[in-house]
Design a binder for this molecule. Structure first.
Ligand code: PEP
Ligand code: MN
Length: 350
């Protein structure tokens, strides 16, 4: 599908990746100004901040509303940074236009509702505003694409997507699972559509951001959409996944080093990283299973270490490895390490 789009932000210098950063929620004028000033100083031109927060449970912090729009425009005047927020209703879209925000995004929950997206698209019609559409919560590429088509049909030509991970029911440390290959399908079908990665909502934890950003850069995403707070531990929403402007700088600087290489090497490393990710996921599944086995042994008063099983296992694994052209020594050593840690886990729980 070919969207005939216009540059997303024609007045800011191009950068790879394009950074869009700011707090999960705008909490006060001081907070917004402080984060925006730091980001602007670090060369970032696009400031995100939630004004209306779509919370799972009522009673959680739901955003500061229209007051926060005023803080955003004041911050834009003072720092020159472009500002944007999430809109989830027609009223919110009208207010965001009234305050002339530079960009808007449609959140994951909203993208899932064609009625609301259509109504918001009608409100935005005829306005020159950039709109980014987050993936829907479930991995339904057509639903995501449908939201883009609805905006495009109303004449919006500054459009982009944000990959923020999906709910797929898998057990993981991550808050939302990134489906890189599924998203790649959308990118291949719509090559003109810029794709951002939101590592904050994928990770749900500031300590897990690095491999996600790395993957997005390898895959040449247009930009990174990331949550940055002046004092993350006291943030009113999504405290655990936000970083300070200084940590964002450090994070991005550490990435520049490894990202500087030939295209072919980059492609091959990307494939390797994907394989290793699958390998790690399988390893985690294996450990969960050995834990179950440990519980069974405990219940049946069997000690975790079973010498016969160990001997047979190494033999079978190295034979199997040989069938795939692996050195039997490699397979045996690898399984010795894996088995050592499985036993340790079973013994610790005994
Ligand atoms: C956000 O970006 O603050 C947000 C609420 O994201 P999502 O729609 O991805 O949950
Ligand atoms: Mn958030």
């Amino acid at each position: 599908m070919s969207f005939d789009l216009e540059p997303l932000f024609p007045n800011i210098p191009p950068s790879k990746p394009l950074m869009m950063a700011g707090p999960c929620s705008a909490e006060s004028l001081e907070q917004v100004l402080s984060v925006a000033t730091d980001l602007r100083r670090d060369g970032i031109h696009l400031f995100r901040a939630g004004v209306w927060k779509p919370r799972t449970s009522p009673g959680s912090f739901e955003g500061m509303g229209e007051d926060a729009l005023k803080w955003l425009t004041e911050t834009r005047e003072k720092t020159g940074i472009l500002v944007g927020t999430e809109v989830g209703t027609t009223r919110q879209a009208e207010l965001a236009l009234k305050y002339r925000l530079d960009f808007l995004w449609i959140g994951a929950r909203t993208t899932s509702s064609p009625f609301i997206v259509e109504e918001i698209a009608q409100v935005l019609k005829g306005n020159d505003v950039a709109v980014l559409v987050k993936n829907p919560i479930a991995p339904d590429i057509n639903l995501w694409l449908g939201a883009i088509q609805r905006l495009y049909a109303q004449g919006l030509k500054r459009l982009a997507c944000i990959h923020r991970g999906f709910s797929v029911g898998a057990e993981s440390l991550l808050r939302n699972i990134p489906l890189w290959d599924t998203v790649q399908e959308l990118r291949d079908r719509c090559p003109t559509l810029p794709m951002f990665c939101d590592p904050s909502h994928i990770a749900g934890d500031a300590t897990l951001l690095l491999p996600i950003i790395t993957e997005a850069l390898y895959r040449e995403y247009t930009g990174i959409f990331i949550e940055v707070h002046n004092n993350p531990p006291v943030a009113l929403s999504d405290a655990s996944q936000q970083v300070t402007p200084a940590s964002l700088q450090a994070l991005m600087a550490s990435l520049q080093l490894s990202n500087d290489c030939d295209d072919e090497l980059k492609r091959l490393r990307m494939l390797l990283d994907q394989l290793d990710e699958n390998f790690i996921r399988l390893l985690a599944e294996r450990f969960r299973l050995t834990q179950e086995i440990g519980e069974w042994k405990k219940k049946h008063k069997l000690c975790p270490y079973q010498p016969n099983r160990e001997k047979l296992m190494y033999q079978l694994r190295s034979e199997k490895g040989r069938l795939y052209g692996l050195s039997p020594l490699l397979t045996e050593e690898l399984f010795q390490v894996i088995h050592k840690y499985s036993l340790k886990k079973q013994e610790d729980e005994n």
